[in-house]
Design a protein around this ligand. Structure first.
Ligand code: FAD
Ligand code: FES
Length: 504
């Protein structure tokens, strides 16, 4: 299925050269999403005499990861509910979270004032629920107040949004933008200020002792490495603490001036929905995101179909112009992990679906630490904080799920099919030449057979029919049919096997 976000489809291409040769740097940033690009911008725009030499390596294109597949909303609260932070950590930490996130949104607004138009607009965030979840809104109101947010209460939302039962919470002064345009423009500023940005330069090996990253066409050795790849590469404790989910996005044709207008709209029901409008080149769109599910376990196509049906039920039978999906990693104790990891590199992960703002917070915290003034909030989100009491239930549930999946995959071996029965467009786990492979036959007939064993720590990958990829249910690594890594903690590709054509 062709998946493309409305943001990436309507943005200009970036076009940075691939890394060519072996170079040195003060700071190497791996990953060109909002976290990496904001950090590159902050460091490159330093006016001090000891301004660091910055290199950014991006596997694909700037913004092509989750940033360009998000919904582009910026807010001081968190999508999982401020009540979770208040109940786990107390009002003081909740106030710090809201303050840091509010400051990050103001930082983005300030950067936007120096950039070409990237669709930044201040607006309200509106949350409401159906009958079954109406009580959550009362609790959330109290938590937002405890966190120092200027939340107000009302009782209705504009039609055609799903009707409200109980309180509607309105948080004024939040914002939204075109996320792809923003990172592209910010990267351009960073490059103009001296950062070396390289696209199509995937890091294939990371030697954390020698502080050296190797791509197919060169290497970078640096004093500091920041792994801004959404989930850190390699094996880290945080992987066992973070559930990984995919979520779907669609854009449908919309009419200029038709409600709901500017704003971030979160409807909480059995099927949750995040709704906003946007426009590009004179065309108007309604964007909906939802149908979160665990990576590599559920039927991806069913998730997308359910989101489309939900959007059509509430907003009419309009043309759906874009469909996409993206991944989120949730911290076990409701906070992200930002800072230096056990391997000496910096990480920034566990953003849930709030990472446009968390990624900006992360870049600001890491930049401050690299420049010698560590912020107090850095301690609240440090990766090694491991807080069993605060996150134990989530960690146990997550690891039980991973263990169950591992046992099921390894004991049952999965259902196998014959290679010869694989039609164009089909995928299956097949036996061939005495081995088991994950196989996919492309629509043009080309066969791709790869090992089913994920190169991260050995779980077995499952087929994702929406994005034509092999997805790992354990920590979210995803691979193309030819085995190359798309995202997640794995660095190495799935081992490819070249099988002869049937009868050949
Ligand atoms: C459906 C959905 C909607 C969302 N909506 C919102 C929202 O409205 N507001 C909000 O705040 N958050 C939202 N989020 C979350 C937010 O989009 C992410 O948390 C955020 O974009 C993460 O940014 P990042 O820079 O850390 O990672 P990414 O944007 O994923 O960037 C990481 C980059 O690293 C690159 N990379 C990976 N491996 C390598 C390698 N080996 N070598 C070199 N480069 C590599 C990738 O190609 C990628 O470009 C949403 C998430 C989802 C799933
Ligand atoms: S992502 Fe960890 S084993 Fe696959």
């Amino acid at each position: 299925m062709d998946t493309q976000s409305v943001w990436r489809d309507t943005a200009a291409a970036s076009g940075y050269a691939m890394l060519d040769g072996n170079i040195g740097a003060d700071v190497l940033i791996i990953g060109g999403g909002i976290t990496g690009v904001t950090l590159a911008n902050l460091l490159a725009e330093q006016k001090t005499a000891n301004k660091p030499k910055v290199v950014l390596l991006e596997a694909d294109e700037i913004g092509s990861g989750t940033t360009g597949h998000s919904t582009g909303n910026l807010y001081e609260t968190v999508s999982g509910g401020m009540r979770e932070i208040v109940s786990r950590w107390g009002g003081d930490v909740a106030r710090q979270v809201a303050n840091e996130r509010r400051a990050a949104v103001a930082f983005i607004e300030e950067r936007c004032s120096h950039l070409p138009d990237v669709g930044f607009r201040r607006c309200s965030l509106v949350q409401w629920a159906d009958q079954a979840h109406a009580n959550d809104m009362q609790e959330e109101f109290d938590a937002l107040r405890a966190a120092g947010c200027a939340v107000e209460r009302t009782t209705s939302v504009p039609s055609p949004l799903p009707p409200a039962e109980g309180d509607v919470l309105v948080l004024p002064g939040q914002a939204q933008f075109q996320p792809q345009d923003y990172v592209a423009a910010l990267a351009r500023r960073a490059a103009e200020a001296g950062a070396s940005i390289h696209e199509h330069s995937r890091v294939l090996e990371l030697d954390t002792r020698a502080k050296r990253a190797v791509t197919a066409s060169g290497s970078v050795t640096a004093k500091e490495i920041i792994v801004a790849t959404h989930s850190p590469k390699g094996v880290h404790l945080v992987h066992t603490e973070m559930p990984v989910h995919r979520e779907y996005g669609i854009a449908m044709e919309w009419d200029a001036g038709t409600p709901p207008g500017p704003g971030t709209f979160w409807w909480k029901a059995a099927e949750q929905l995040s709704i906003r409008t946007t426009q590009s080149g004179g065309r108007h769109y309604l964007v909906c995101a939802g149908q979160e599910h665990k990576v590599g376990i559920h039927n991806a196509k069913a998730g997308l179909i359910a989101l489309e049906a939900l959007a059509r039920r509430h907003f009419g039978d309009r043309a759906i112009t874009h469909r996409w999906s993206a991944q989120n990693y949730r911290g076990a104790d409701a906070l992200p992990y930002i800072g230096r990891g056990h391997d000496g590199c910096f990480m920034a992960t566990g953003f849930a679906t709030d990472g446009l703002t968390w990624g900006t917070v992360a870049a600001r915290l890491i930049a401050a630490e690299l420049l010698g003034h560590k912020a107090a909030f850095a301690d609240v989100v440090r990766p090694g904080r491991f807080s069993p009491v605060k996150g134990a239930k989530n960690i146990l549930e997550e690891n039980a799920l991973v263990a169950k999946q591992l046992v099921k995959d390894y004991l049952t071996g999965g259902q196998k099919e014959k290679l010869s029965s694989l039609a164009p467009g089909d995928s299956a786990i097949v036996d061939a030449e005495g081995e088991t492979f994950a196989a996919y036959r492309a629509p043009d007939g080309e066969l791709f057979a790869v090992s089913q064993v994920c190169t991260h720590v050995g779980c077995k990958v499952h087929w994702n029919s929406v994005e034509t990829s092999w997805d790992c249910p354990c920590h979210g690594s995803r691979f193309r049919p030819d085995g190359t890594v798309i995202e997640g903690p794995a660095l190495k590709p799935l081992k490819r096997k070249h099988l002869p054509p049937p009868g050949g």
